[in-house]
Design a protein around this ligand. Sequence first.
Ligand SMILES: O=C(O)[C@H](O)[C@@H](O)[C@H](O)[C@H](O)COP(=O)(O)O
Length: 235
Amino acid sequence: MKINSQNNNENFFSEQKELIESLSLKIITNLQNAILQKGNASLIVSGGSTPKPLFEELSSFDIPWEKVKIALVDERWIPSSSDDSNEKLVKNTLLQNFAKKAQFIPMYQEDMTIEDSQKTCSDIYQNELFPFDVIVLGMGADGHTASIFPNNIKLEEAFETNESLCVFMTPSNAPYDRMSLTKNAILSANNIYLHFEGEQKQEIYKQVLEGIDKKQMPIASILNQDKKIIEVYYK
Ligand SMILES: O=C(O)[C@H](O)[C@@H](O)[C@H](O)[C@H](O)COP(=O)(O)O
């Protein structure tokens, strides 16, 4: 049984190159439209290994990047000099070429504990980036998205809270404490993309559409809802 799959636009590709070209064009069009309508745009992206080619492609478009603020969907609580930092990834691959002119809003605060940073994160995202124009999500092989991890003690807060745009979490099966946008913060975005690649993740996606419990695979809270259409780009 498929649950609410009418709310997802599926874009399947057999070649990564075509996926990246198509997805980057959509994102660039969203950013240009936001700039035309209100003079600025926000682009909020995920980390991990999948989005690198997408970031490189996006950076090659000649648009008024100085009017674009770029930030993260989630961050590992480690200094931005670390190779596992999402901030480092974005700076090295997206804030390059034409996109060098964009302004990056960090999620990681080096002088604060993650507990103390949750409210600061929420305030910064509210003041600097809201309303969110474009969010690009990834998905882990355990069904996590952003840094909303399965069967976590803070899962209910991540799913339910409207008081904070950010939530911190300690994953049981992945390294580092993480800061993440909440489910409701993600679903507030005007354009929401999910990008994943590989057969293992295709299998996860299938299980999610068949109705798996969102506590077991948190990406289900994004895909199986009737508030927003999710654009799914996968291969
Ligand atoms: O910081 C992170 O790890 C993420 O933002 C996370 O949600 C990511 O999107 C998935 O874990 C997929 O990661 P891969 O692309 O590396 O498989």
